[in-house]
Design a protein around this ligand. Structure first.
Ligand SMILES: Nc1ncnc2c1ncn2[C@@H]1O[C@H](COP(=O)(O)OP(=O)(O)OP(=O)(O)O)[C@@H](O)[C@H]1O
Ligand SMILES: [Mg+2]
Length: 242
C-alpha cells in the first residue's frame, strides 16, 4: 500500500528525514513513536504530500508521488488524515463538516452525502450530535467527528497524528475505541501515538524514530519485550515509567 524508499527531507539546512525506508502492506497497522522533533509528523505528512520531500521515492497504492497535481489528488483520495487538533470547520455543523468534501470534491448530491455522513457518524457513535457545531462538543466528540469526516471519503489508508494527545484522559478511550474498531475492520493505518496500550493490542509493527531516522521497527511483543537499541530502551523507560 505504501512504499517509501530512501526518503530524505530538509527544512532549509535542517536535515529532518534521513534515509527513511518503510513498506506498509494492505491492512497493516503501524504505530510510530519517538521523541518530540524526531520527524514523525513530517514523515506521515509526506505520504499525502502535505510536506514535500527532496530525495527518495514514495509510492502510495501503486501511484508514485511526484509534484504533478493530478497525481497528488489521486493519492490524497486514497489517504485520510486525522490531526491532533481535529481541524473541523467551526462555522459548520457536524453534519455539514462531514458533507463538505463529499459535495465539493466528490461532487455527490447533498442527500447522498448526508446519508453517508450519518452512517459514519453512527459508526463513531455521535449521530445524535449531527446538528451541533464543533464548539458545542467535547474534545473526544470532536475527534470522533474528524474521524467520521475522513471515513466519508472512503480512504484506503488512514494516517493519525497524535489523535488523542490534546484530549482529557477520560476522552482518550472513546477515540481509541473507534480506532481499534477501524483496525479490526482491516483499515491500513499509520498512527503516530504514545498510547502504548493501543500499540500493544492493535499494532502489527511499532516504529521508533529519532533524529529523522527509523531506529527500530518490530512487532509489539518484540519491540516492548526486547528493544534492540539503547535509544529505544531509554525512550520506553521514559514513557512507560510514569
Ligand atoms: N515547517 C517547518 N520548518 C522548519 N522546521 C520544521 C518545520 N516543521 C517541523 N520542523 C522541524 O523539524 C523537526 C521534526 O518535526 P516534526 O513535527 O516532524 O517532529 P515530531 O516527531 O512530529 O515531533 P512532536 O512529537 O513534537 O510532534 C523538528 O525539529 C521541527 O522543529
Ligand atoms: Mg508531531
Amino acid at each position: 500500500m505504501i512504499e517509501i524508499t530512501r526518503l530524505n527531507k530538509w527544512y532549509g539546512d535542517f536535515h529532518v528525514l534521513r534515509d527513511i525506508d518503510l513498506t506498509v502492506a494492505k491492512g497493516e497497522r503501524i504505530v510510530i513513536c519517538g521523541p518530540s522533533g524526531s520527524g514523525k509528523s513530517t514523515m506521515i505528512r509526506c505520504i499525502n504530500h502535505l510536506e514535500e520531500h527532496q530525495q527518495g521515492e514514495i509510492v502510495v497504492g501503486g501511484i508514485p508521488m511526484t509534484r504533478d497535481v493530478k497525481r497528488i489528488e489521486q493519492i490524497r483520495r486514497r489517504v485520510g488524515m486525522v490531526f491532533q487538533h481535529f481541524n473541523l470547520f467551526p462555522h459548520l455543523t457536524v453534519l455539514e463538516n462531514c458533507c463538505l468534501a463529499q459535495v465539493w470534491v466528490q461532487k455527490k448530491p447533498r442527500r447522498e452525502a448526508e446519508k453517508i455522513a450519518m452512517e459514519y457518524l453512527e459508526r463513531v457513535r455521535i449521530a445524535n450530535q449531527a446538528q451541533k457545531y464543533p464548539g458545542q462538543l467535547s474534545g473526544g466528540q470532536q475527534q470522533r467527528v474528524a474521524i467520521a469526516r475522513s471515513l466519508c471519503m472512503h480512504p484506503e489508508i488512514m494516517l493519525f497524528d497524535e489523535p488523542t494527545s490534546a484530549l482529557d484522559p477520560e476522552m482518550i478511550k472513546e477515540v481509541l475505541d473507534v480506532m481499534v474498531q477501524l483496525a479490526s475492520e482491516g483499515m491500513t493505518m499509520l498512527c503516530v501515538t504514545h498510547e502504548m496500550g493501543f500499540a500493544k493490542t492493535v499494532a502489527d509493527r511499532v516504529i521508533f524514530m529519532d533524529q529523522g531516522q527509523i531506529i527500530e521497527q518490530n512487532p509489539p511483543t518484540e519491540f516492548f519485550g526486547n528493544p534492540r537499541s539503547a535509544r529505544t530502551r531509554e525512550f520506553l523507560s521514559q514513557i512507560l515509567g510514569h
